[in-house]
Design a protein around this ligand. Structure first.
Ligand SMILES: CC(C)(COP(=O)(O)OP(=O)(O)OC[C@H]1O[C@@H](n2cnc3c(N)ncnc32)[C@H](O)[C@@H]1OP(=O)(O)O)[C@@H](O)C(=O)NCCC(=O)NCCS
Length: 318
C-alpha cells in the first residue's frame, strides 16, 4: 500500500474531500466547504492534510492556533479523522506526526484535540500516545420537533432585543464577554474574549451566527448591556442543528433568571426558524448553566472532551 500525506488547498475539490471524511467520521461535529473557507480567512494559519492510501483519500487532519488563547499559548489545536474501514493501519499515527511537525515548527510543545465519549477509539488512540483529558463537557440536546416557542419571563427592569435590531450594542456585548469569559469553568487557562475586533471575527460576524438569534439583555435604568445568548448554526448535514455558542450574564445580574430568559429566546427563534435540534456543552463544573439546561428540558448526549498531549516525532525521538 502506498500512503501519501499532502497539504489540502482551499479549492472545492480538496475541501469537499476533507468535509466528506470529517462528516462520515465525526457526524456529531460536522464541517463544510464554506465553514472551512470562512475559518481560513478569519483565522489564518490553519493547515489541513489529506492522507491518501493507494491514491484514495481516507484520512484528514487539521492543525492551527487556538484563538481563545493568546498567540504565545504553548499548544496548537488539532483534529485527526480516519475512515472506519481504514483504521488500525497506522494512518492516524502518520497524521499525528504531520500535525506535530507543524506545531513544532511554530514553536509549540503540545496539542489539544477534541474527542467524544461516543467515539472511544479516538480517546484510546490519544491516551495511548500520552494525551490526558484537560476538559470534559457535559453535552446536552433538545429535540425541537412538536415544540412551541416557550414564553419568556424577563426580570423586572430588563429588556431583550437582538443584534439584528440593535447592532450598536456590540461594544456592550463585548464588555459582557470580557467579564464573563474569565468566569467560564474548564481547562487550566481561562478563556479570553480578546479585543473588540477579535471578538467580532470569532463570535459575532459569522454567517453561521445569525444576528436575529443573537439576543441581548439591557438594563432599563442605564441602557447597559448585562447579558447575551447566541447560536452557532452547524453546517447542514442530515439535520438542521444549532449549538448554543455562549450564554452570558454580568456578575451583578446573576441568580435572577436572566440566563434562562435569554436561552428561552434562542429556543423560540430556533423553533420558528425550523431547526431540528439544539445542542449545548458545559464543563462538568459549570453547575449554574447545567441547572438552567436541565430546567429547560435538555437531555444528556455523550460527553465531549478535549485532550492535551505531547508532539510526536522530532529529533528527540529518532
Ligand atoms: C483516532 C483515529 C484517527 C485513529 O486512526 P487509525 O488510523 O486507526 O490510527 P492508527 O492505525 O495509527 O492507530 C490505531 C491503533 O491501531 C494500531 N495499529 C496500527 N497499525 C496496525 C496494524 N497494521 N495492525 C493492527 N493494529 C495496528 C495502532 O498501534 C493503534 O493502537 P494503539 O493505540 O494501541 O497503539 C480514528 O480512530 C478516528 O478517526 N476516530 C474518529 C475520530 C476521532 O475521534 N478523532 C479524535 C481523536 S484523534
Amino acid at each position: 500500500m502506498t500512503v501519501r500525506i499532502r497539504t489540502a488547498d482551499l479549492g472545492d475539490a480538496d475541501l469537499t474531500t476533507f468535509a466528506d471524511i470529517v462528516n462520515e467520521t465525526t457526524p456529531d461535529d460536522p464541517t463544510s466547504v464554506e465553514v472551512m473557507r470562512w475559518s481560513s480567512a478569519a483565522f489564518p494559519g490553519t493547515s489541513r492534510f489529506v492522507l491518501e492510501a493507494d491514491g484514495r483519500p481516507v484520512g484528514t487532519a487539521s492543525v492551527g492556533r487556538i484563538y481563545v488563547f493568546p498567540p504565545d499559548f504553548d499548544a496548537f489545536w488539532a483534529t485527526i479523522n480516519v475512515l472506519p474501514e481504514e483504521r488500525r493501519r497506522g494512518h492516524g499515527s502518520a497524521l499525528l506526526t504531520a500535525v506535530s511537525e507543524q506545531a513544532r515548527a511554530a514553536g509549540k510543545v503540545a496539542l489539544h484535540m477534541p474527542a467524544s465519549d461516543a467515539r472511544p477509539d479516538g480517546i484510546d488512540f490519544l491516551v495511548h500516545r500520552g494525551f490526558r483529558e484537560s476538559e470534559r463537557n457535559k453535552t446536552v440536546h433538545l429535540e425541537l420537533a412538536g415544540m412551541t416557542a416557550p414564553s419568556i419571563d424577563v426580570p423586572t427592569g430588563v429588556s431583550l432585543t437582538t443584534l439584528a435590531e440593535r447592532p450598536d450594542l456590540i461594544e456592550g456585548v463585548h464588555a459582557v464577554a470580557v467579564e464573563t469569559y474569565a468566569d467560564v469553568p474548564g481547562g487550566e487557562t481561562p478563556m479570553a474574549a480578546g479585543s473588540l475586533d477579535e471578538f467580532r471575527v470569532r463570535d459575532v460576524d459569522r454567517p453561521s451566527i445569525p444576528a436575529a438569534a443573537f439576543f441581548i439583555a439591557t438594563e432599563d435604568a442605564t441602557g447597559r448591556v448585562i447579558g447575551y445568548a447566541n447560536l452557532l448554526l452547524q453546517p447542514p448535514h442530515r439535520r438542521r442543528i444549532a449549538w448554543h455558542a455562549m450564554t452570558a450574564v454580568t456578575r451583578d445580574w446573576r441568580g435572577r433568571g436572566l440566563a434562562t430568559a435569554l436561552k428561552r429566546a434562542t429556543i423560540g427563534w430556533a423553533i420558528t426558524d425550523g431547526l431540528d435540534l439544539l445542542e449545548a456543552g458545559n464543563d462538568t463544573d459549570n453547575l449554574a448553566m447545567r441547572a438552567v439546561n436541565a430546567r429547560l428540558g435538555y437531555v444528556p448526549s455523550p460527553d465531549s472532551v478535549i485532550l492535551r498531549g505531547p508532539l510526536v516525532g522530532g529529533i528527540m525521538d529518532s
